[in-house]
Design a protein around this ligand. Structure first.
Ligand code: AHM
Ligand code: MG
Length: 334
């Protein structure tokens, strides 16, 4: 097999589609490098003394794990000096992180969830990093939170890494979705899947069913039908999978189809779901759409939502097109 590195792939994408200028390539290479460092720390587990709680809370009031904080620091440090960024934002930081004055300022904005699937960190189940890249608005002098509040359709790149049995990096720059596998001996990302396409049809769904009693009627209607299987309106059996790491659930869906859901529910009517729009839902929506799937909040395309706050939450239905369209139509019926 001829091995294609991340760098070679990005150079070729630029030649063919003119969408990966050298600054963006540097950005993606640096994020890729940071993900290798995180993968290494995750892989050490207890031996690296990185497991367990850090004894602090993030802006969303969630307990931070040591690895959440470490991964955030790795991404910040790796991306400060390259001159490719104007500012960063993270699930683990309340405010944006402008590039320090001692470094040149670039034209991109980077958002990330440094370690997604926090509840799985200490139990050796797949976790990952999710990131989204935007362009700073024209004429921006000093970056503010407002500059980040662009709809997902404006993303110029997005990706995620999964730290699982294999470490993989999945990337889109708007010309399809490609997957790289970390060669651990060489420390290199090697292209292993090109032009990933999510099957349009699926018989697999992912939802945290322990919240069923809190769901709104369109979600209950949809899940009831799936669970009725051969005996119900759908006439076929469905299978359920829930890893509780969005990265791992999305990666399965990218490879063999499925629908992932984290709906809003009645517990906190003002809170539209659990997942965050800017650094979880938007990058995953970009990847899923680039792979021929769909991503909505039940009513509209996630990538068309105009954000109003950095850490805002959103309901998420994404994956195989036919199922996402069906559950979205149930919301419109209601
Ligand atoms: P996190 O960013 O704090 O890890 O939270 C996001 C995660 C997703 O990866 C996953 O899909 C979901 O939360 C799991 O939620 P639940 O604990 O309700 O199963
Ligand atoms: Mg997360």
């Amino acid at each position: 097999m001829k091995r294609i590195s991340l760098t070679q792939h990005l150079v070729e994408e630029q030649r063919q589609h003119n969408k990966v200028p050298s600054e963006l390539r540097l950005l993606l290479e640096i994020v890729g490098r940071a993900c290798k460092t995180i993968s290494h720390a995750v892989g050490k587990g207890a031996l690296g003394e990185v497991l367990g709680s850090a004894g602090s809370e993030n802006v969303q009031g969630e307990v931070q794990k040591k690895l959440d904080i470490l991964s955030n620091e790795i991404l910040l440090e790796a991306n400060e000096w390259g001159g490719h960024l104007a500012a960063m934002a993270s699930e683990e930081m309340e405010s944006i992180h402008p590039i320090p004055n001692r470094y040149p300022m670039g034209e991109y904005l980077l958002l990330f969830d440094p370690l997604d699937g926090s509840s799985n960190i200490d139990v050796n189940v797949s976790i990952g990093t999710i990131f989204s890249v935007l362009k700073a608005p024209e004429g921006m002098v000093t970056p503010t939170e407002q500059d980040f509040l662009q709809p997902g359709a404006k993303q110029v790149a997005a990706g995620y890494a999964v730290y699982g049995p294999q470490t993989v990096l999945v990337l889109t720059t708007g010309n399809g979705v490609n997957c790289f596998t970390l060669d651990r001996e060489m420390g290199a990302w090697v292209l292993t899947q090109r032009g990933i396409q999510i099957p349009v049809e699926t018989k697999e769904y992912a939802i945290n069913a322990s919240n069923a009693r809190h769901w709104y009627p369109p979600v209950t209607r949809y899940i009831d039908e799936l669970q009725a299987g051969k005996d119900g309106a759908r006439g076929v059996n469905f299978n359920m999978r829930w890893i509780a790491s969005m990265v791992a659930d999305v990666h399965r869906i990218l490879n063999r189809g499925g629908i992932f859901m984290y709906p809003a529910d009645k517990r906190e009517p003002d809170k539209p779901g659990k997942l965050r729009l800017m650094y979880e839902a938007n990058p995953m929506a970009f990847i899923v759409e680039q792979a021929g799937g769909a991503a909505t909040n039940g009513k509209q395309r996630i990538m068309e939502i105009q954000p109003t706050a950095l850490h805002q939450r959103v309901a998420v239905f994404l994956g195989s097109k036919n199922e996402v369209e069906r559950v979205t139509s149930y919301h419109h019926d209601a």
